[in-house]
Design a protein. Structure first.
Lengths: 877, 199
């Protein structure tokens, strides 16, 4: 027999009491919140499994979730507060950490915060991606008096969320896989371990494939989704919008396939457009007009007696020549996106574009219906879905609108078999999608999810456009009046506040659970931002590349050691859309935190208390969470509450709303979730049962673009581009594509693996061990023919170089990549932080090759482009 | 007596490696040791390319060559059709590895940890204490005895693995083998594996 390990000896020495329990909680290995049970045995976590009683994931989890045990017991975790002794900051500079007591650390933090609060509270910025605990940043910021709580450094896609809000009324999209027969994924691996609510999507995709559903994947890389597809369509990065417009052209103009009924009643396709691009308005309320083809006269869009909404033709209303938006759009697409041109842009052959459109349109079974719960709903079992790969370009807004047009044309929005939003209606009408200004789809989710404020986390309502004014937020939301998501603008505005007319200089940053040095392009630019700040407080599980710039490090708890706000799985993003139950999970600790580790949420409350802001903080909690609504649940002004107390009060509140009770067996294996009952049909498939209209023509952009132009010019910001404020979807090339220098001859792109998420998974030893053994994972991918032209062989050490940076790695020759593309496969790799014993030096840092300059920013949605042109050569050449 | 077996649907496996991870967590295998994993292969010419993900493990053969060649009797067959290793008897001669046609077995010369001198907790730590032995998949025999399916079957998000009694013609595994023309790997080796693939 072998010897006891050092851990065994420790356990034996302290005589840990015998215990063995499965604790109900939720996983945070990625941003999705899968229900799990974690087994604690003798005070240690020994296993993780999916919770069989969680309605969506039904007992399944992914490999990342299992691997969290290894994160918990990483010996490089920070266990005590640390203070920096080296005033010099930079990439690779040793901060000279010195241990310090919690009291001393908090004294330093509180003194800095008190000083900026007295000078100008806006100088504080909170940078966090503790996604479903967004409350703590918002509540602390509100109590403190800073607007700068909205700084994520994840970049899922500004255009993506914005367009989803306006068309399907929710943050995110999924496919109704239970009914869909024809699935097109574009820059997305939905149902293959990556993307939204991934576990249920994998199961549903597998079931759809068992049923015989066809899968087409459009992607420069034949990743895991494309590998499983019936058809892989390689495409050049950044051209998905052009392909979509080409497909719409083929679908509508060539084949005449579109859901006229849907377009007439659920979109602004029949709205009459005048020569100036605006809606032609009329009636007392100046409502947009439509042409009633039955009577040959114009009527208000919501007139009850429109016999037939004209979609085509030219009309005259009060002497003004006008055409329906559908006709304007289709003419625009016919003239500007002929298939030959689209093929030239995308490299997708004309015949492929045609058959993609034809199969998509035919599979949509326009006119078909399905009976559900006694109602007749449209059945549209054909959907195109996209995520970051398509959205993450300077043309983000228009690309996402163009892709969405395919779904809109076949009328599948929020319909059985179609693209469904992540719960456009909240439980018990908590929030809703509804017809707003001009009858267009509007959501009040933002205000309802964080009561009393107009946003939650980085998400803001994009419609109707917000007022344009000189910037006060570091996110520049005042100058981005139609975006629905602004995560990373502060990297620009902290570095150079004067350039953006920010009326103060950001000085102090609190950062937790996000790592901009790795997760956004160009680490040198992020380093400039970090160095521009006077003082950084970092909460750390491990000290990452961003935290190496911190002045004080506070040890943060693992999710198996802390409570979260309730619920972790807000239905706005993390409960399966479509039919099913409303269910609320919990995050609760499984084991005690080691050393002097504390949950950052508790520490932030502690800091609020030390700043004398407890009453203000509790007040914001009461309003923001809704606890104020119910007698006896609201927090008292001057008492400091634990996160557990707040969490349980929130659970009480949700139970009360559903006329249920929180009993002792709730959140145990006997009753792991608070189930609020089955969704109604309207909550499952909102659009067919709702009058809100989705846009095919973004009329609001005309006026709001002019306002942005006026305000930016008054501020002397003549360089602020307003050219994308165009109501018609257009495709524009990424800045990288406009770089025609033949030296940089290839495009750069990446593909993610199911075992990776954000920048944290790379330092997990089990994940690293598995991925390092796969031929393609972690390596540089190059098409074998391209490699042959360059004299590069499989396994060579190569350099990939752009105008921004250079990385070195092992090249793998493959047929699974577009010949004009260099790819990386994995996640955020090439990390260098001293404490990352596992991740350090593994794989290549993709983001080091991408520019982070203002000309990469699309100023409608605020999206930063992630395209780069690169060259590849053997090391030493 | 039942004969435990598994059917893996290659059409559904997405290569997510959740099974590889579950196996590692279940058995606490050391760095570089995988009792189950997913192999990848591509063929064809761009853009007409096929990429296959193929989960592999011990096939628990009816006529296992490893048992036939084991000089100490460490590798043995159980009544339920499992091929197991008695780690107390294994002398580490590796004759089994030389004769097994499948990528199932790993020789572990010395105990190693993912973190220096630090063991990550897991359920069955006694296994790791053996050095100089050959290790492999045991179909999660402890789980089977508690009425559970193997860890790789439980976790698989696509449910592409089915586990059961392949001697029972009414079982789901038998039904799948029958209806989807289940095949064994390297049938010419005449080992009669208990793991079947369908595609």
């Amino acid at each position: 027999m072998g010897q006891d390990s050092p851990i065994d000896e420790k356990l034996n020495a302290v005589g840990v009491k015998e215990d063995d329990e499965w604790v109900v909680t939720s996983c945070n290995a990625c941003f999705n919140i899968c229900g799990i049970r974690v087994r604690r045995k003798d005070g240690r976590v020994v296993d993780v499994k999916g919770d069989p009683d969680v309605p969506s994931t039904k007992g399944k989890i992914c490999g990342k979730s299992k691997a969290r045990i290894a994160d918990l017991y990483n010996p490089n975790r920070v266990l005590k507060p640390l203070v920096r002794t080296n005033p010099e900051k930079g990439i690779g500079v040793d901060p000279g950490w010195k241990e310090i007591s919690w009291d001393d650390a908090l004294d330093i933090v509180v003194e800095k915060l008190r000083k900026v609060r007295e000078e100008d509270p806006r100088k504080l910025v909170i940078n966090t991606f503790d996604l479903c605990n967004f409350h703590i940043a918002q509540m602390f910021a509100a109590a403190f008096g800073t607007p700068n709580d909205q700084f994520y450094t994840v970049t899922c896609g500004n255009g993506l969320h914005t367009i989803f809000y306006q068309t399907i009324g929710a943050i995110n999209s999924e496919i109704d896989l239970a009914h869909c027969n024809h699935i097109i994924l574009c820059g997305s691996q939905l149902g293959h371990g990556v993307n939204n609510n991934p576990i249920e999507a994998i199961a549903d995709m597998a079931e759809a494939r068992r049923r015989g559903a066809k899968l087409v994947v459009i992607d420069p890389i034949c990743g895991h989704a494309a590998a499983k597809a019936d058809e892989w369509v390689p495409i050049l990065p950044g051209t998905d919008g052009a392909l979509a417009l080409g497909m719409v052209n083929a679908l509508v103009n060539e084949l005449g396939i579109y859901d006229a009924e849907f377009l007439k009643k659920k979109t602004n396709a029949p709205y009459l457009i005048g020569p100036d691009g605006h809606y032609v308005r009329g009636g007392e309320d100046e409502k947009p007009l439509v042409w009633d083809a039955a009577e040959g006269i114009a009527k208000e869009y919501d007139a009850p007696d429109v016999g037939d909404f004209a979609l085509e033709g030219e009309f005259e209303v009060d002497g003004v020549k006008c055409r329906p938006a559908f006709e304007v759009l289709m003419t625009h697409i016919r003239e500007n996106y002929p298939l030959e041109e689209v093929s030239r842009i995308t490299t997708v052959p004309v015949e492929t574009i045609r058959h993609l459109a034809k199969e998509f349109g035919e599979a949509a079974t326009i006119g078909a219906t399905i009976n559900m719960k006694g109602e007749t709903l449209p059945l549209r079992p054909s959907t195109i879905e996209w995520k970051r790969g398509a959205s993450h370009h300077k043309n983000s807004w228009h690309t996402c609108l163009s892709l969405m047009l395919l779904n809109t044309m076949v009328g599948n929005l929020n319909a059985p078999g179609g693209l469904i939003g992540t719960n456009p209606h909240g439980p018990f009408n908590y929030w809703n999608m509804f017809p707003g200004r001009d009858g267009m789809l509007t959501t009040d989710q933002h205000t309802k999810l964080f009561i009393g404020m107009d946003s939650f986390a980085c998400f803001i309502s994009p419609y109707p456009p917000r007022e344009v004014s000189p910037p006060e937020h570091l996110s520049l939301r005042e100058l981005l009046p139609v975006t629905g998501f602004i995560p990373i603008m502060p990297i620009f505005t902290i570095t150079d506040p004067e350039k953006f007319n920010i009326p103060y200089k950001p000085e102090v940053m609190i950062t937790c659970r996000t790592n901009p040095m790795i997760s956004v392009p160009d680490p040198e630019k992020v380093a400039e931002m970090l160095k521009a700040l006077d003082f950084i407080v970092g909460f750390a599980i491990k000290i990452d590349e961003t935290l190496e710039f911190a002045d004080i490090i506070l040890p943060e708890a693992h999710d198996f050691e802390r409570y979260w706000f309730f619920p972790p799985n807000a239905p706005a993003g993390f409960q399966k859309p479509g039919p099913g139950d409303w269910y609320y999970q919990i995050v609760q600790p499984v084991v005690e935190a080691p050393g002097e580790v504390r949950s950052w949420i508790e520490v932030m409350i502690d800091i609020a208390d030390r700043l004398g802001l407890l009453a203000e903080f509790n007040d914001v909690v009461n309003v923001g969470t809704g606890l104020l609504m119910i007698d006896g649940l609201a927090l008292e002004p001057d008492r400091k509450y634990s996160v557990r107390e707040i969490c349980m009060r929130q659970a009480e509140m949700f139970a009360w709303i559903a006329d249920k009770e929180v009993t002792p067996e709730l959140f145990t294996p006997e009753m792991p979730v608070l189930n609020l009952g089955e969704k109604s049909l309207e909550e499952s498939y909102p659009s067919p049962m709702n009058d809100a209209r989705a846009p095919i023509y973004m009329e609001q952009l005309i006026d709001v673009g002019k306002q942005v132009e006026k305000v930016t010019r008054e501020l002397g910001m003549d360089w602020w581009d307003v050219s994308s404020y165009n109501p018609l979807p257009t495709w524009t090339p990424c800045p990288a594509r406009e770089d025609t220098d033949e030296e940089y001859d290839l495009f750069l792109t990446s593909s993610r693996l199911a075992l990776h998420s954000h920048s944290v998974s790379a330092d997990n030893p089990w994940i690293s061990d598995i991925c390092s053994r796969n031929r393609l994972d972690y390596n540089i991918l190059l098409n074998s023919e391209t490699a042959a032209e360059k004299g590069i062989e499989d396994g060579d050490t190569v350099c990939v170089e752009s105008r921004t940076g250079k990385v070195k790695g092992t090249v793998r020759l493959t047929e699974c990549i577009h010949p004009q593309v260099v790819g990386t496969l994995g996640g955020h790799l090439g990390q260098w932080a001293g404490q990352k014993a596992i991740a350090r030096g593994k794989g290549v840092n993709h983001n080091a090759l991408i520019a982070f300059d203002w000309d990469m920013v699309e100023t409608v949605s605020g999206q930063i482009d992630t395209c780069a042109k690169v060259k590849i050569y053997k090391e030493g050449d | 007596m039942a004969r435990y077996g598994m059917v893996i649907d290659l059409k559904l496996c997405i290569g997510c490696n959740a099974c590889t991870m579950a196996c590692k967590a279940e058995h606490g295998t050391q760095p570089g040791v995988f009792w189950g994993r997913v192999l990848e292969k591509e063929w064809g010419k761009y853009p007409q390319v096929t990429r296959l993900f193929m989960p592999v493990l011990c096939y628990h053969c009816s006529d296992p060559l490893c048992v036939a060649v084991c000089p100490t009797g460490a590798s043995h067959k159980t009544e339920e059709g499992l091929v197991l290793i008695d780690y107390d008897k294994c002398a580490g001669c590796r004759a089994c590895i030389a004769n097994c046609p499948y990528p199932a077995r790993t020789y572990v010369s010395k105990r190693r940890f993912y973190f220096p001198d630090t063991e990550i907790p897991y359920g069955k730590r006694e296994l790791l204490r053996h050095e100089g032995v050959v290790q492999k998949c045991d179909f999660c025999i402890e789980r089977l005895r508690e009425g559970d399916v193997p860890a790789c079957v439980e976790i698989c998000p696509t449910s592409c693995r089915e586990f059961g009694d392949i001697d029972d013609p009414e079982s789901e595994v038998s039904r799948l083998i029958e209806s989807r023309k289940g095949f064994q790997l390297f049938p010419e080796k005449r080992t009669d594996p208990s793991v079947f693939y369908v595609k």
